[in-house]
Design a protein around this ligand. Structure first.
Ligand code: MN
Ligand code: MN
Length: 271
């Protein structure tokens, strides 16, 4: 089942705009996530699966979900411009692929439309470093930029299992709510009020379930635990991203299929 192809210029209010962000220049360890977007779309459209969500919603009945293809990027901050164009048309941007640095320019656009935006962030890592490898735009730093610029009124992070002294200081400085992996339980309440941006780093999953990521951090979620959390969300989601899928590290496309499944269940929350 193909996802409807569309251009930004024909988006209408309420559309859900899947857009590929082929950007991994700010990855600190391995490149590869720039090639992710069309492979994730291939997985969504794979003949090996159908187009229903687990809640029995047929996504084929929802032509308001569309695929814009890869964003044409010459510069990191082109990401902000492209997301702003989607928002201007009243559509919900759902960015796929790329490294996690893309969330900062996305949030610059999002906060212009939603001044009191909360963020729900799934990740093995806090991505709160003031800088990493000499770069303040590293994929290890987007949430430091977002919080110091006041682009979000509240950040909730789920699945974290790599905090160090510096990142704990950043957590305190920015008032981040951390639901760390060690203390997570299925009953945790992730429901926030007001408009919410959801950012999903594939490495929040255990590497056994999602080997196609640059940073293997053992002790993560099963795919089922993530799907269950998504299915229990009751939020006003106004923008999303799914990042850090690295096809170079994948095994038989299993991580692409996990990404596709997660995207389908997230779409069910928007429709
Ligand atoms: Mn991340
Ligand atoms: Mn991560």
């Amino acid at each position: 089942m193909p996802v409807r192809r569309a251009k930004t210029s024909i988006l209408k209010s309420g559309d859900i705009a899947l857009i590929g962000i082929p950007f991994d220049d700010h990855s600190s360890f391995l490149k590869g996530s720039a090639t992710a977007p069309p492979l994730i779309i291939d997985a969504i459209e794979s003949n090996s699966a159908n187009y229903f969500t687990e809640g029995l919603m047929d996504l084929a009945d929802h032509p308001d979900v569309c695929w814009l293809g890869n964003a044409p990027l010459k510069d990191y901050f082109d990401i902000e411009v492209i997301i702003a164009e989607i928002l201007k048309r009243g559509a919900i941007p759902f960015s796929i692929g790329g490294d996690h640095s893309i969330t900062y320019p996305i949030l610059r656009a999002m906060s212009a439309s939603y001044p009191s935006l909360s963020i729900l962030h799934f990740d093995a890592h806090g991505d709160l470093y003031d800088s990493w490898g000499g770069s303040r735009y590293s994929h290890a730093s987007p949430f430091a930029r977002i919080m110091e610029e006041g682009l979000s009124q509240g950040l909730t992070q789920v699945g974290i299992r790599t905090l160090n002294d510096h990142q704990q200081m950043q957590v305190s400085k920015f008032g981040v709510r951390v639901v760390d992996m060690r203390n997570w339980s299925p009953a945790v309440d992730l429901n926030l009020s007001g408009p919410v941006y959801l950012s999903f780093d594939m490495d929040v999953l255990d590497p056994a379930f999602a080997p196609g990521v640059s940073h293997h951090e053992p002790g993560g979620f099963t795919t089922r635990e993530v799907l269950r959390m998504i299915q229990l969300l009751d939020l006003n989601i106004v923008g999303l991203d799914l990042v850090e899928y690295n096809p170079d590290r994948d095994l038989n496309g299993v991580t692409a299929m996990a990404a596709a499944k997660i995207i389908k269940e997230l779409l069910a929350k928007l429709l």
